[in-house]
Design a protein around this ligand. Structure first.
Ligand code: SAM
Length: 236
């Protein structure tokens, strides 16, 4: 069953449609890169502690994945937004979002030489920060329209204890109360968690629906909105 879920997630019609639409902008973006200079950064692949990150040097593939993400989120049709991308990694999503006119800060773990170098190469505003459970995020001196996180890892999906309702509610409350504009949104693309053989614990998914008006796109992707407070409910 989990395997079928994973395959269905990858082969949906919507996924294929946006992948097709991503083809032309990807070609455009491929020409925007100095591939020789990018290739030189490959020498840092072993300094990152994650040898599998070599895969990100397939720029064509990863640009296309990230253009697809941007098109799905309608970033190509939106007014300029201030975006915070959590776990920005190599920097492809901020790069694509900037291409569509948005102002993006990426945050990721400190000390990753490869991702520091590639973010510098892509001219990404990348800040060091480790998301920790039950810990408020520092201020970035502005409020965001959109917070994104793709292939979420900060929720301890493999190595650490998987986040439950308490951790998610703290994290989202902090985001919406302290870091987002009034109509801000949060978009998460979850990673598969072997612990639960799924993407999210069921009660966390329910919290997302009940409190954060979640709109799921399959089991792994979800858009979240500011919770309705008692004050806004009575129109004060
Ligand atoms: C699977 S990678 C995904 C990278 C990128 N978002 C993408 O989809 O290509 C997960 C990223 O999250 C970062 N990360 C992991 N734990 C984190 C934490 N606690 N706080 C911030 N970033 C974290 C990793 O360093 C890595 O860059």
């Amino acid at each position: 069953m989990p395997l079928i879920q994973k395959i269905l997630d990858k082969v949906s019609f919507k996924h294929a449609y946006y992948n097709f639409k991503a083809s032309q902008p990807t070609e455009h973006l491929m020409h925007s890169l100095d591939h020789e200079e990018l290739g030189k950064l490959l020498k840092y692949k072993d300094d990152t502690g994650h040898p599998q990150y070599k895969k990100y040097f397939n720029a064509q593939y990863w640009l296309r994945q990230n253009v697809r993400r941007a098109l799905l989120l309608k970033l190509n049709k939106s007014r300029p937004l201030s975006v915070l991308d959590i776990g920005s990694g190599f920097g492809y999503f901020p790069y694509v979002a900037k291409f569509y006119g948005h102002d993006v800060i990426g945050i990721d773990l400190p000390g990753d030489i490869l991702f520091n170098k590639t973010s510098e190469f892509l001219n990404i505003d990348r800040r060091d920060y480790t998301i920790e459970p039950m810990t408020p995020m520092p201020s970035y001196d502005k409020k965001f329209d959109f917070v994104t996180s793709f292939q979420v890892c900060f929720n301890g999906h493999i190595e650490n204890e998987l986040w439950q309702i308490k951790e998610w509610d703290f994290f989202l409350s902090d985001l919406f109360q302290n870091h987002m504009k009034e109509k801000g949104r949060v978009y998460l693309e979850m990673n598969w968690s072997p612990t639960i053989q799924g993407w999210l614990p069921q009660d966390v998914a329910q919290l997302f629906k009940d409190k954060y008006k979640a709109k799921f796109d399959g089991p792994a992707r979800v858009m979240l909105f500011a919770p309705v407070t008692a004050q806004s409910e009575i129109g004060v």
